[in-house]
Design a protein around this ligand. Structure first.
Ligand code: ATP
Ligand code: MG
Length: 335
């Protein structure tokens, strides 16, 4: 009887596959949006090269990691190899150049945590942030994009989790909740942990790509075409995975002792990382290790108040997946 009940539950949850996939499809950016992004990047490259002939521009963040929903802003990194560059000076000069080319709302934020120039292109309607020499972000963007190519369920799960987090107001680092980058890492780690595993651990495999940035060695396996069948022994569907993801973060994750680590594809202990107590503003109440900057906890923005908000949201989502007659609507209700 128990087996029958479990099978019933499974069939029940599988009824949600079609609506979840429909939500996923509705969030994917159209090809024409990608073309507009390219058009803006080409314009920016032309302007930048006139001033700094050796500089290069890279897209990073959601417009390049394949986890971007439609109508997102784009993130651009200006790479200048000059050792003694003065970032504020370059940002101000860049803002000047962009303004004289009729780009709109140009603003240099030289004192932000990550200093940037913001702009809006009236031709394509796209807004854009440009930072300088944030090469680690360009490399972690590649890591995320490479993971996305291995199993389609990662992109589906991450779109749904990001959409949920935005709808529920828990994707705001300035309010102590998590960044989109952190949510995608949670999804990757979750799929690495399924049995059979749906994703491998690229940083534990043979190195086919490597770069050293600020003394940090970034090395991983990036020939992901050969991994296309990696997760095929695991037949879990998107609705089962969404259910299990929220169930994990609501009831199963050991917040007191565990650190999730995409780098090792495993759970590490807070103790081993010396993340057991508050140091400065880092409280380590939910621990997500950055895959390259391993001393960096992406949960460090979370405080005493926001950890409660986050955990209640995970519990709400888990409850809805389990009991609500219409989870695909209820899950994303504005808070
Ligand atoms: P969204 O769709 O919400 O714009 P996004 O993928 O652009 O999502 P963000 O969290 O805005 O995600 O981050 C943009 C990029 O900046 C990430 O893809 C990552 O490369 C980099 N990044 C963001 N936060 C960190 C961090 N704490 N440490 C290292 N890199 C980060
Ligand atoms: Mg972004």
């Amino acid at each position: 009887r128990i087996l029958k009940r479990q099978m019933l539950c499974r069939n029940d949850i599988d009824r949600l596959n079609a609506p979840f996939l429909a939500i996923y499809d509705s969030l994917i950016p159209a090809e024409e949006e990608k073309a507009k992004q390219k058009q803006l990047l080409t314009l920016l490259e032309k302007l930048v090269c006139k001033e700094w002939p050796k500089a290069r521009l890279y897209l990073y963040g959601s417009c390049a990691n394949s986890f971007g929903v439609s109508k997102s802003d784009i993130d651009v990194c200006l790479a200048i190899e000059d050792a003694d560059i003065n970032k504020p000076e370059i940002l101000l000069r860049l803002a000047d150049i962009l303004q004289s080319d009729n780009l709109q709302n140009v603003q240099a934020l030289t004192r932000a945590r990550v200093p940037i120039v913001k702009l809006m292109d009236p031709v394509t309607g796209i807004s854009c942030d440009i930072c300088i020499n944030n090469i680690l972000a360009v490399i972690n963007t590649k890591l995320l994009r490479d993971y996305a190519q291995i199993d389609a369920r990662l992109r589906q799960l991450a779109f749904i989790v990001k959409h949920w987090a935005k709808s529920r107001g828990v994707n705001e680092t300035y309010q102590g909740t998590l960044s989109s980058y952190a949510y995608v890492l949670m999804c990757i780690h979750f799929l690495q942990q399924r049995r059979p595993a749906i994703l491998p651990c690229l940083q534990e495999m043979e190195t086919t790509y490597s770069a050293t940035v600020d003394d940090i060695e970034c090395a991983f396996f990036d020939q992901v075409e050969v991994l296309r069948n990696f997760g095929s022994c695991n037949k879990e569907t998107i609705s089962q995975l969404v259910w299990a993801f929220f169930n994990y973060w609501a009831y199963r994750h050991d917040y007191a002792n565990s650190v999730i680590s995409v780098r090792t594809g495993s759970i590490l202990s807070k103790h081993a990382k010396d993340w057991t107590r508050r140091i400065g503003n880092d409280r380590h109440l939910i621990c997500i290790e950055d895959p390259f900057q391993t001393s960096h906890d992406l949960g460090r923005v979370v405080d005493k108040h926001s950890i409660k908000v986050l955990r209640e949201e995970f519990e709400r989502a888990a409850y809805i997946m389990q009991c609500d007659p219409n989870p695909c609507v209820k899950l994303f209700e504005p808070y």
